[in-house]
Design a protein around this ligand. Structure first.
Ligand code: DQA
Length: 144
């Protein structure tokens, strides 16, 4: 089983009740269970984490870099302004797939910029929870 870290940024722990018209009604716990199932079905071992703390997310990215583990990340609002998250992503040498539940470029203008995309292997947005499944599938295609 290949390890993959699935890192989720701020407010994603509120899925289910947070703007369901944008993010759907699946709770964060249900999303985690789905990601876990999808990963197992693809022969991946997913370590799924969420934080509201930028420093904690940077620490996880440093660890992922040290372990050369692939990362699927939904940076949430950090996507749009955190150069510190971007710089931490730039340290990674294994694939990094950026995911979003919604399609940020179809939303408010401040969401049209991702400071992370330029250092990601690729980005998958707009498919709800299935964005994570697509990212896991994409990752399998990138593995040696
Ligand atoms: C998000 C999109 C971001 O703009 C927003 O700040 C989020 C969630 C998404 O998954 O659609 O928190 O990353």
């Amino acid at each position: 089983m290949t390890d993959v870290w699935v890192l989720n940024g701020p407010n994603l722990n509120r899925l289910g009740t947070r703007e369901p018209e944008v993010y759907g009604s699946l709770s964060y716990e249900e999303l985690v269970a789905r990601i876990d199932d999808w990963a197992q079905g693809l022969g991946l071992n997913a370590d799924i984490r969420q934080t509201n703390d930028e420093a904690e997310l940077i620490g996880w990215l440093h660890e992922a870099a040290d372990l050369t583990v692939p990362v699927i990340m939904n940076p949430a609002a950090f996507t749009h302004y955190s150069y510190a998250i971007r710089d931490a992503c730039a340290i990674l040498t294994a694939p990094l797939i950026e995911v979003h539940l919604s399609n940020p470029v179809a939303r408010e203008e401040f969401r049209h910029t991702s400071v992370v995309s330029g250092v990601a292997t690729g980005t998958i947005s707009g498919f709800g929870a299935n964005s994570y499944e697509l990212a896991l599938r994409a990752l399998v295609g990138l593995l040696p």
